[in-house]
Design a protein around this ligand. Structure first.
Ligand code: COA
Length: 131
């Protein structure tokens, strides 16, 4: 898993309990994973299709620095799937884990569209399965 964007938790990111608001975190993850999908599929025309069960493992508080990690899981005809872990940059404690985030390439009519990518031309290796 590669960790990309880091975020400093600020007052505007907190919920009523003064811990990180889950909605803020999901927005950052969706954006980060969306950009990752765009770079891998070579198009900005991607939409979030599916997010699997989300496990809020630990809370985070103001002043914490967190980092968003993504890992390639699979590629389909129109879709690409990642898993995600967000952790505290210093303690490495997991804040959230998501098993599957699916993005779909769309055409000018907003319909699912083949991206033409395969496991071979993406340049990824699937975990524990060297290509
Ligand atoms: C994305 C969208 C165009 C896909 O339309 P669709 O009719 O579901 O298309 P398909 O059934 O052909 O599925 C497209 C891909 O998504 C995958 N998919 C569909 N439902 C899925 C699900 N529940 N879980 C995982 N993958 C799923 C399919 O397997 C397919 O992948 P593949 O081509 O790589 O095999 C349409 O659902 C849509 O516009 N959704 C709204 C997207 C959006 O606005 N997102 C922003 C957040 S609101």
């Amino acid at each position: 898993m590669k960790f990309y964007t880091r975020k400093l938790i600020k007052p505007g990111d907190l919920n009523a309990n003064n811990t990180l608001f889950g909605g803020a975190l999901l927005k950052w993850i969706d954006e980060e994973a969306g950009i990752y999908a765009m770079t891998k599929l070579d198009t900005h025309k991607v939409v979030t299709k599916f997010i699997s069960e989300i496990n809020f493992v630990n809370s985070s508080k103001q002043g914490d620095v967190i980092e968003i990690g993504l890992e390639f899981k699979s590629i389909g005809r129109t879709s690409i799937t990642f898993s995600c872990i967000v952790r505290n940059t210093f303690s490495k404690k997991t804040i959230i884990s998501i098993d599957k985030i699916v993005f779909v390439k769309i055409d000018e009519n907003e319909r699912a569209s083949p991206h033409g990518k395969t496991i071979d031309n993406l340049g990824f290796t699937v975990k524990n399965k060297p290509l």
